[in-house]
Design a protein around this ligand. Structure first.
Ligand SMILES: [Zn+2]
Length: 321
């Protein structure tokens, strides 16, 4: 699995190398070249190649901040193997504070891309060709979309032992069963025999200190688990493993007043939220349909009937099963 020579974006990465490269993505109509900075640290001793990436969705700042802190603290320097950091993957979206690519596409739904496809698809194609083949493991850092606040969690298919082991080593408060989404980066890596883990924490356009530090710690835990860092670490507390989950949706339209704390276990019929009109006439309770963990909370002030309010556990898996 390990290699002596790593050829990466046209550059030979020697043992002990520490460098940053620019991944050429596209040329805009304004003649500006768009480049994605890539930071590479290779130890003298060979070992796995771990890719840490943030900002696949350009408005999800927590992932960008997690990778930035890893770089800033020098945690990306392995004792064995190679760590590649891409703090801002979707640089277009990041500039515009937008989830999407300028062509309106979701970068996480166009993989592995095509040379003649949309702009996002071309970008995915270049990434799949230039970067994916060199990587053994990837952690892709995300946040909840719109106003949905995710408790720090990793997502994987529990039956996929490699990524489930990585999720346990990461040690986020929750591990959530999640199928491979067609054309996602995670699926694209998996199809090429790589192990991919997705992290979710906080919400878009906001920093969430707890989620950010959990992400940094988790990445370091994974480095230890893969034998890329020397020394012992305190094993992370076991994660709550959610085998099956569902969304509690808004039964009415109106103003949303959340009454439960994200990440907590609640009993059936607990009042999770009130939905009201603005006139003091109408006030309805949203109750827990069963005993469950709440691991994502919508903090929109106004919701429409059918909107996703709370992501809750339906079935848990006991550790060691
Ligand atoms: Zn995302």
């Amino acid at each position: 699995m390990f290699r002596d020579h790593i050829e990466f974006l046209g550059t030979t990465i020697k043992r002990g190398a520490s460098l940053s490269l620019d991944f050429d993505v596209a040329r805009l109509h304004t003649r500006n070249n768009i480049q994605v900075p890539v930071f590479i640290e290779r130890a003298k001793k060979d070992g796995p190649v771990l890719l840490l990436m943030g900002g696949v969705h350009g408005d999800e700042m927590n992932g960008v901040e997690i990778v930035r802190r890893i770089l800033r603290r020098g945690l990306n320097k392995p004792d064995r193997g190679t760590i590649i950091c891409i703090p801002v993957f979707n640089i277009f979206g990041f500039i515009n504070l937008s989830r999407k690519f300028p062509d309106g596409r979701d970068l996480n739904r166009v993989f592995p891309g095509s040379a003649k496809g949309s702009l996002a698809s071309q970008f995915a194609y270049e990434f799949t060709r230039e970067i994916t083949p060199h990587v053994d493991y990837v952690i892709d850092f995300h946040s909840g979309g719109a106003d949905r606040v995710n408790m720090a969690q990793t997502r994987c298919l529990l039956s996929d032992t490699d990524s489930f082991e990585l999720a346990k080593a990461f040690g986020a408060p929750f591990i959530v069963q999640s199928k491979y989404i067609p054309k996602s980066i995670r699926e694209s890596f998996r199809k090429r025999g790589k192990t991919a883990l997705l992290f979710e924490g906080g919400k878009s356009l906001r920093f969430d200190e707890e989620a950010i530090e959990c992400g940094v710690r988790g990445a370091v835990n994974v480095m230890h688990h893969l034998g890329m860092k020397k020394g012992e670490i305190e094993p992370p507390a076991p994660s709550v493993i959610i085998k099956k989950s569902k969304w509690v949706r808004a039964p009415h339209s109106g103003m949303l007043h959340v009454k439960v704390k994200n990440g907590t276990w609640i009993k059936k019929k607990t009042v999770m939220a009130l939905i009201t009109d603005p006139f003091g006439e109408f006030e309805r309770k949203v109750k827990a349909p069963f005993d469950c963990y709440v691991f994502c909370v919508n903090i929109s002030t106004i919701v429409n009937r059918g909107d996703a309010l709370f992501h809750v556990s339906v079935e848990l898996e006991e550790e060691g099963e």
